[in-house]
Design a protein around this ligand. Structure first.
Ligand SMILES: *[C@@H]1O[C@H](CO)[C@@H](O)[C@H](O)[C@H]1NC(C)=O
Ligand SMILES: *[C@@H]1O[C@H](CO)[C@@H](O)[C@H](O)[C@H]1NC(C)=O
Length: 210
């Protein structure tokens, strides 16, 4: 009987979590995927009305999450696709951790994102094309991970992009040209064993070494 009650309670709390779907629930869902040996997420209490008093989370005056600052926090685990539902997020700072798994394509829904710093982690898989939808993005640092595949050419549409770094990964193909890519230094691309030179005009579909 106790077990049944326990299960029902668990189920009910699960149902209320997914139906409420607030920004706190989204962040707490991310927390459940993480291992946090230094207890930097201790203040993340899901029973509070919003996550605005949690450490490493910043809200605007309307209690909407605009920053997540968890750089150099010794956390491991994976990113959740639900992070893409933090509609007002401007800064996603998760650098210098041990985050593994893929970059969820859902992060392309973060319309107001100014900075995505995921460098120095253990991320795998491809750079999602969907990141080309992040029209406000100025800083995209994915260096020092284990990313594979090519740099999506779609990223040349990010007209506000000022800093781009994918060095020290396992990327292949050619470095896109056009848009902001004319301004990035070669050190943004080094140490990708199969990443070739600049695309030649008229040969845009040629993928070096992919
Ligand atoms: C990071 O966490 C590990 C345990 O997973 C611990 O051994 C190590 O000391 C921590 N590093 C820092 C810089 O706190
Ligand atoms: C090249 O990048 C890999 C990660 O993909 C890293 O482990 C390695 O140390 C880097 N090598 C140099 C010379 O920086």
């Amino acid at each position: 009987m106790r077990l049944v009650l326990c299960l029902v309670t668990l189920l009910l709390s699960f149902v209320s979590t997914i139906s409420a779907n607030s920004e706190g629930d989204i962040l707490y869902g991310f927390r459940t995927r993480l291992s946090d040996p230094n207890n930097v997420l201790q203040s993340w209490d899901p029973t509070l009305v919003n996550p605005c008093t949690w450490f490493h989370v910043t809200c605007d005056s309307n209690n909407r999450v605009i920053r997540l600052d968890l750089g150099n926090a010794n956390i491991s685990g994976s990113l959740s696709p639900q992070l893409g539902q933090l509609q007002h997020l401007q800064y996603l700072e998760l650098f210098q951790n041990k985050i593994n798994g893929k970059i969820p394509k859902e992060l392309g829904k973060l319309k107001g994102l100014v900075s995505m710093d995921l460098y120095d982690n253990k991320l795998q898989g491809q750079i999602p094309k969907s990141l080309a939808k992040l029209k406000s993005l100025k800083y995209l640092r994915l260096n020092n991970n284990k990313l594979t595949g090519s740099i999506p050419r779609e990223l040349t549409k990010l007209s506000k992009l000022q800093v781009f770094d994918v060095s020290n990964n396992n990327l292949c193909g050619t470095i896109p040209i056009g848009g902001p890519f004319g301004n990035f230094p070669i050190k943004s691309f080094i140490n990708n064993s199969r990443l070739g030179g600049l695309e030649l005009p008229g040969r845009a579909t040629y993928h070096f070494g992919c």
